[in-house]
Design a protein around this ligand. Sequence first.
Ligand SMILES: Nc1ncnc2c1ncn2[C@@H]1O[C@H](COP(=O)(O)OP(=O)(O)OP(=O)(O)O)[C@@H](O)[C@H]1O
Ligand SMILES: [Mg+2]
Length: 444
Amino acid sequence: MKELTPRKIVKELDKYIVGQTQAKKSVAIALRNRWRRQQVEKPLRDEISPNNIILIGSTGVGKTEISRRLATLVNAPFVKVEASKFTEVGYVGRDVESMVRDLVEVSVKQVKNEKEKTVLGQARTNADERILDCLFPKGDISSMSEEALKRHDRTRTKLRKKLKGGEYEGRVIKINIKASPMPFMQVMGPIGMDDMTGNIQDMLSNVLPRKDKTQRLNVEDAREVFINEEAEKLIDMDDVIKLALNRSEQNGIIFLDEIDKIAGSDSSGGPDVSREGVQRDILPIIEGCTVSTKYGQVKTDHVLFIAAGAFHVSKPSDLIPELQGRFPIRVEMNNLTKADFVKILTKPKNALIIQYIALLNSEGVELKFLKDAIQEIAAIATELNDKMENIGARRLHTVMTSLLEDILFQLPDKKITHVKLDKAMVNEKLSTISEDEDLRRYIL
Ligand SMILES: Nc1ncnc2c1ncn2[C@@H]1O[C@H](COP(=O)(O)OP(=O)(O)OP(=O)(O)O)[C@@H](O)[C@H]1O
Ligand SMILES: [Mg+2]
């Protein structure tokens, strides 16, 4: 994290997201500020609250994409939740505290993975010993004479060398595998208490007898199984949980998508679940409260919240004032222009054009887009966004699939090795659709 300066974060995000400079800057600063806060001495440190952010932008401009990339970038526990999925306490559905529980769950998994990596060497050694036991059973050591013991040790050392040299990899051995009982069992807990459900499930799986299964595996596969089991034994789960809880509290990031869907008062009346109620429920979590999870208590004071929403129908000012106040940073995302579309088609590591080239490559076809073709695709997408609903960069997906439909359908029956698309071809394929209003409405 120390190396992850705001500039670097933006640079990393640039690899996948075109434009949206302000949004990238804000998340980068917020992220860095958490690290800075941790360098501050204790009494003051606890006073510094996170820079919660609202990303405002219409659909398909990269709100979710930024959060997804941020998640992979930082080594912080991260969850993305949809605000619209929550219901007020007392109603059927997920209660808002579950987002914190999810965060802890992610954190525990993450820490456990890291710990597993550090004990991997030892786990491998232990696993090899167990394989030796299977290959050449030890027998009863206690009844052996000293002489016999020495001999036994010597053979084992020899065999260990051979095992390391890979001489037994193909040999099949019989091993015991701990099977988890009834993996398909689902437990329905009391309504609205989804944490309870998890607890009941955990409890049952501990109570029910674990059946050991004997399985025949070759040494190579058996080693995988043993390494996992040994690693599990070497890790101190209490340690993991302690660290994981701490990490969720200090570094956790919760991305609240679709926050606009819970904005606005309930003028509709009816049996709707109150949105304002959900907002009120979310309040304390953002403000900082203690949530109990199955691993222990978590304080949410320093969890960073990034909210996102299109805010077409409602506005941020429709959120209840208390909630507005807890998101001090507002960032408007820009609508994407034709120039952005050209970049989105070509620049990101996972750009659409690169994807299609790889797809056709699997059929042995070399797909090429000429520059003017890309310009034309971007122009058509922009035009369609203007004329119909603006669905942002997602328009590129629909345009591209229409454009390439014939080729994708004809391969591999049609014997071709090269496809080169230029402006004229793009126009030919798409003009009939984009000019006919009815067709356009349904297809693009
Ligand atoms: N600025 C951008 N740069 C690169 N790709 C983008 C950009 N904006 C959107 N995309 C692409 O468009 C698609 C949709 O983007 P995303 O999921 O981020 O939309 P969103 O802003 O979350 O929309 P919604 O409000 O509907 O959830 C993704 O596949 C993403 O790769
Ligand atoms: Mg989204």
